[in-house]
Design a protein around this ligand. Structure first.
Ligand SMILES: [Zn+2]
Length: 264
């Protein structure tokens, strides 16, 4: 598949998913906003646009080139064994999602990484725009690790496209402030991450924040003991305790945040 197609799929899903979840979270929100949605959206989308310009264009091409290189040179674990194409796709998606779980956990446990990841967590309300609110530094380190993992695994191209698309849509869904019927959440939670599970992860309470690290699948949290479910959803306060005020969380504050004082 040519490079341009992978970028176009990503662009189409990003904008399509953003508008889709925005429509539903505005018409059926699980609770009222405590800060201006317009203000938060302008900040979150500015950061997203900034990252897209400075990072995504460079790394998207590097990821595609790495997959082509390992496939052509028979490098990486998957290229050393003869497997049916659907098994290669399946292993790629499962492996990449598990590695993302580990990376997310490390972002909370290693103080240097938390300096960057707190930019994502200090959003005072959570909605679909939070899904792409990441510091450029965090995304740059993550992209380098992702390229290394693709090289090690000999990742399948279709598998990476499916993983990246599922990752984007799952992140938009579980960050959205959409009111999801309880029965649907219960079924979804068995294998995947619904909004209520990820809301606990965005709580100011550190014990609640250091749980529910999954992005696509909830099975890693279940297996490795980081799943937290018994939290009163109505009482969850979003954000990072050290940053309670929206007027200290503007675009320029977020850009310099990793280089300011450490906070828990
Ligand atoms: Zn997190």
């Amino acid at each position: 598949m040519p490079k341009v197609d992978a970028s176009l799929i990503r662009l189409f899903l990003s904008i399509g998913g953003l508008l889709f979840f925005l429509f539903f979270e505005v018409t059926a929100s699980y609770r009222p906003n405590t800060v201006s949605k317009l203000k938060r959206w302008s900040i979150n989308l500015s950061l997203t646009l900034f990252n897209t310009i400075f990072l995504n264009l460079i790394f998207a091409a590097s990821i595609v080139n790495t997959i082509a290189y390992v496939t052509n040179h028979h490098l990486g674990v998957l290229n050393m064994i003869n497997l049916p194409p659907y098994v290669r796709v399946f292993i790629t998606v499962i492996f990449m999602d598990f590695m993302l779980y580990v990376w997310h956990l490390l972002n909370h446990e290693i103080p240097f990484l938390w300096r960057f990841h707190r930019v994502h967590h200090c959003d005072l309300n959570m909605d679909v725009s939070t899904a792409t609110r990441f510091h450029t530094g965090e995304l740059a380190i993550a992209a380098i690790i992702k390229i290394s993992l693709i090289f090690f695994l000999g990742a399948d191209f279709l598998g990476v496209i499916i993983f990246e698309s599922a990752l984007l849509l799952c992140a938009q869904f579980h960050h959205s402030s959409l009111k999801v019927p309880h029965w649907l959440e219960s079924i979804f939670w068995i294998l995947f991450v619904p909004p209520s599970m990820h809301r606990i992860h965005h709580s100011v309470v550190i014990k609640e924040r250091n749980a529910n690290y999954g992005t696509i699948f909830s099975i890693w949290d279940r297996i490795l003991g980081t799943l937290l479910t018994q939290v009163n959803q109505d009482k969850i306060r979003m954000g990072v305790g050290a940053y309670p005020k929206q007027d200290k969380l503007n675009f320029h504050h977020l850009l310099v945040m990793p280089f300011t004082r450490p906070v828990k």
